[in-house]
Design a protein around this ligand. Sequence first.
Ligand code: APR
Ligand code: PHB
Length: 390
Amino acid sequence: MRTQVGIVGAGPAGLTLAHLLQREGIESVVLEDRSREYVEQRLRAGVLEQAIADLLVESGAGERLRGEGIVHEGIELQFDRERHRIPLRDLTGGRSIVIYGQTEIVKDLIRLRLAAGLPLLFEVGDVSVDDLESERPSIRFAHEGAEHVLECDVVAGCDGYHGVCRPSIPAGVLSEFSRDYPFGWLGILAEVAPSNDELVYAHHERGFALLSLRSPELSRLYIQCRPDEDLAEWHDDRIWEELQLRLGLDGWTLAEGLILEKGITGMRSYVAEPMRFGRLFLAGDAAHIVPPTGAKGLNLALHDVRLLAEALVSWYRTGSSELLDGYSDACLRRVWRAEHFSWWMTSMLHRFDSGDDFDLRLQLSQLRYVTTSSAASTSLAENYVGIDRI
Ligand code: APR
Ligand code: PHB
């Protein structure tokens, strides 16, 4: 088997890369170790920066996104039992965010690719990447009982944080940077209309809570929990009770409904540099992770593959490797901005058990500043909607 770009992983990064390349006449094969059902059910992020929503629409993958995506022009920060609106649109010269589930993006891209008869293999096994420093890198894998070798011009490692591509880079090449947080998020998807028109990020002495949504009928809610929290101890009533305590306000209660899904998300910051080794290019979670508080993970993954697609198109068209050579540095500038923003939002909004109230006092001061100073709220807003040039 031979292709131009071998793509490992059919998450948003791998699928979007394949889609952008196909529009430019560049062939790829996408290999995914899970089943189609699994990747289409997996509940993930849901906030798109305007530029990322535009990328999907302009590239022809946004038909459903255009109809079902919900535009939000602000978010709310809650602390001391009061809500304060950050008017994203007004503060950023007209930019907003679009609420549309990552799961829906994945479904849309899979459907487009399979309808076009293009190669996307699910349930591949024993994936390994070889000869990365040569001009003929390859991917070995098993599929439907047979062993295969896919020869490529380049390999795109879009296989997420737990994938095989990053660990295939020899020891000593990558520099890794990380930060673990002493908490996680317990998240639910509930069959109830969102109780607020905009997202609410709530600072509370019992811990952080977030009110989000997936559609006019589906709420997505999170509470800060221990990183090793046992989901079995969280029966539905207890989850709603905790959400009411943390999000509740005088004269406002959270509407409750049937809990369709629940899960625990870890919180980590991580970056591997550079995002390239020979003919292997890493993109998305394979190269970096952010805690979800800034809603940046999905957006970063799609910014990466946009740059990678442009660089590959330029290389195939002109023979110049200038953009490919600059890929890692260009991505990392945005990655580190998002790393800082996500760490900062996380630090401002979560409860840290540091023994005294020093952190708490700093958080409340920062929240007051961010919600009253136009300089500070503009800074939050421009990071949240996505910085244009970086
Ligand atoms: N072989 C093939 N596929 C693999 C392998 C492997 N060895 N290991 C992992 N994969 C697949 C995973 O099953 C997954 O479908 O690679 C895909 C990686 O997708 P994501 O984890 O969604 O990562 P990415 O496409 O970079 O998207 C980042 O996902 O975790 C969220 O917050 C994150 O929203 C962000 C987005
Ligand atoms: C979500 O809706 O899943 C969501 C929204 C905002 C975040 C994180 C997750 O910051």
